[in-house]
Design a binder for this molecule. Structure first.
Ligand SMILES: [Ca+2]
Ligand SMILES: [Ca+2]
Ligand SMILES: [Ca+2]
Ligand SMILES: [Ca+2]
Length: 411
């Protein structure tokens, strides 16, 4: 009898443990990084959910650099958190800065095209060397030859350098990165900016050697207004796909093409059909279903809205304004991938901790003491853990005890 009782207890315990493990997986925070379009201070911001829970905000460049901030999520530092890459818009020295994604500290900065280039820099992040660390990928803006480069994020050494299109094309080259060829190494994806005679020409260059491996028109060849590109595995087949959006002057079209064979996986509007300010895009799995979702931001002419569209069918998963509502200059977006954090007690810094349970986590419990007003502060509500639920909507002595008894490194 006692043996049976213990067995039942063990079964219940095992069920509780697996329920907690499942919750921990869902508690992992993918994140969105945004930068404003031209006209305001170059404030870089991060948000930790499809509904826009704010995390970091800081000036990516000097306050006078008001040409916009192009952004990307990366994986560079040893911390659990993703990192952030930013590039200046036109009108100021074309600079790239790399920041730690957990606290915004500067990791590196360099001129992608020399100190005399003031044409704006598009940025992406991808691991083109296969060492698990993102490189910084850059593309020139309107007025310059379509020069794509990849740099070491740590020491700025140039790793790839090529023209994505004819050197005489000066509409700018927008960049993205994902493993399209399926060899485990990220490749470089490019799209044409707007220019007389421009086409919605997408190319993919092998990350290993910069050789062109894919070339197609995303929309009708008569569209000269420019496209943006992004990459992620939106259908969950293990291969990154190519996502393309229309720049200003068209409907807010977003089309996703299979990385395997260029087949159209998704064809939708990111915003209402009469919005013609252009759509800037990124990809990240924001709802943790194993399929990357499309992060779309309005170009100029509307509220500074970011929308998340499910990679699995295009349904809206959430939206928020990245800047104050009255700012109509548009935004740029990036997705930041955070490795799964299976350690509930590791709550600081937001959004996903640092794999250490220490005084910072303790302070977060103390400063959020009391009933939970919103999900962000309730990251501190971790006890009691019962199957199907984390916390009890109150930050109290039980949460404090759970931090103290788990002190140290996350298992
Ligand atoms: Ca690398
Ligand atoms: Ca590849
Ligand atoms: Ca795919
Ligand atoms: Ca998803």
């Amino acid at each position: 009898m006692s043996f049976n009782a213990r067995t039942t207890c063990e079964i219940q315990l095992a069920a509780a443990v697996s329920a907690i493990a499942a919750l921990a997986v869902h508690a992992s925070a993918q994140s969105i990084v945004t930068g404003p379009g031209a006209g305001v201070q170059p404030m870089l911001r991060t948000f930790s959910s499809p509904t826009g829970i704010p995390h970091l905000n800081f000036l990516a460049f000097g306050a006078g650099a008001t040409g916009g901030v192009r952004v990307a999520g990366a994986h560079i530092s040893a911390s659990l958190c993703g990192d952030l890459i930013s590039g200046t818009g036109p009108g100021t020295t074309g600079m790239v800065k790399v920041f730690n994604g957990s606290n915004g500290s500067l990791l590196n900065s360099f001129y992608a095209y020399g100190p005399s280039y003031i044409g704006g820099v598009y940025v992406a992040a991808g691991d083109v060397t296969g060492d698990g660390i993102s490189e910084v990928i850059t593309g020139t803006d309107v007025g310059a030859a379509p020069h794509v480069k990849a740099f070491s994020a740590a020491n700025s050494s140039e790793i790839r350098s090529f023209f994505a299109y004819s050197p005489g094309f000066t509409g700018g080259v927008r960049v993205a990165s994902g493993d399209i060829t399926g060899d485990g190494i990220d490749d470089i994806i490019t799209g044409c900016g707007p220019a007389t005679g421009s086409t919605p020409h997408v190319k993919v260059f092998d990350g290993v050697n910069g050789v062109e491996v894919r070339s197609f028109l995303a929309f009708g060849s008569g569209w000269p207004g420019g496209i943006f590109v992004a990459s992620g595995d939106i259908n969950g087949d293990g291969r990154d796909d190519i996502i393309v959006s229309a720049d200003a002057g068209a409907t807010p079209a977003v089309v996703a093409f299979s990385g395997v064979n260029d087949a159209v996986l998704l064809n939708t509007f990111a915003f209402e059909s009469n919005f013609s300010g252009g759509v800037r895009i990124a990809a990240q799995d924001m709802n943790n279903d194993g399929k990357d979702d499309i992060i779309a931001a309005r170009g100029p002419g509307g509220e500074p809205e970011v929308r998340i569209l499910s990679g699995a069918g295009g349904a809206a998963l959430g939206s928020f304004n990245a800047e104050i509502d009255s700012f109509t200059g548009g935004c740029y977006v990036g997705g930041v991938r955070y490795p799964l954090n299976t350690c509930h007690q590791d709550i600081a810094p937001l959004p996903n901790g640092d794999s250490l349970i220490n005084v910072n986590d303790l302070l977060m419990v103390i400063t959020n003491w009391g009933p939970c007003p919103n999900p962000q502060s309730c990251r501190a509500d971790i006890a009691p853990l019962s199957p199907g639920q984390v916390g009890d909507d109150t930050v109290d002595v039980n949460d404090l005890l759970m931090i103290v008894t788990s002190w140290g490194a996350c298992p």
